[in-house]
Design a protein. Structure first.
Length: 215
């Protein structure tokens, strides 16, 4: 494992950020067993070449990458990244970066697959992050996506809107009512493989998962 660090020292994370990082794996364990684990396996196991994952968190995807993948995992939140570094300590050909999704540490058109799982809801500038994904992907490269999206118009979406302010506070910025499907369309991505899944927590359900390519 290698590490990529910013030039400037990082600020000490707050209590909420540290608590969220510590609680993340236990809180998502049920969803991982019921839904997320098999979806991650289907999407990630076939990947090869140079792969960059944004917002890698505590490393939930690591078990599904093949040893032949040249992997960079990006996580700007220090408490999450500390756990990520421990998770990749024995994995070869892996770089841990503190880069945010809006400023990836790669040259233009050099990435075979960019992995984005349960992270766009917390990215400060999702439009910019998706523009970075387009910049980084080589011709023929794919965006691998697993994200919760806004519910269908009606009661579900209205409930997401209602709880969004409290949810953002509790979940370190997660926007449960974000229309991620529209963001992808606006950014010029087209689905080539897409599934829909439900989670046991309705506020962050449904999920969309699959592969996209720049149009």
């Amino acid at each position: 494992m290698t590490r990529s660090r910013p030039d400037e020292p990082e600020q000490r994370p707050g209590l909420a950020e540290r608590a969220f990082a510590a609680a993340y794996d236990p809180l998502t364990a049920l969803a991982e067993r019921r839904v997320l684990g098999r979806v991650r396996r289907r999407l990630i196991t076939p990947l090869s070449g140079r792969v960059v994952e944004i917002g890698a968190g505590t490393g939930a995807n690591l078990a599904y990458y093949g040893s032949h993948v040249d992997l960079t995992v990006c996580e700007p939140a220090l408490p999450m990244r500390r756990r990520l570094e421990r998770a990749v300590s024995d994995r070869p050909a892996t770089t841990v970066s503190s880069a945010p999704a809006e400023d990836l540490p790669v040259a233009d058109a050099t990435v075979d697959a960019l992995v984005c799982t349960l992270v766009l809801c917390t990215v400060s500038e999702p439009h910019r992050a998706l523009a970075e994904a387009r910049r980084a992907l080589r011709p023929g490269g794919v965006l691998v996506l697993l994200e919760h999206v806004r519910g269908r118009p009606g009661l579900h979406a209205r409930v997401q809107d209602l709880v969004a302010p409290v949810w953002r506070t509790l979940a370190c910025g997660c926007r449960p009512n974000q229309d991620t499907a529209a963001l992808l369309e606006d950014a010029g991505f087209a689905w080539v493989d897409r599934d829909r899944h439900d989670l046991p927590v309705p506020v962050v359900s449904p999920l969309v998962a699959g592969l996209l390519i720049p149009r």
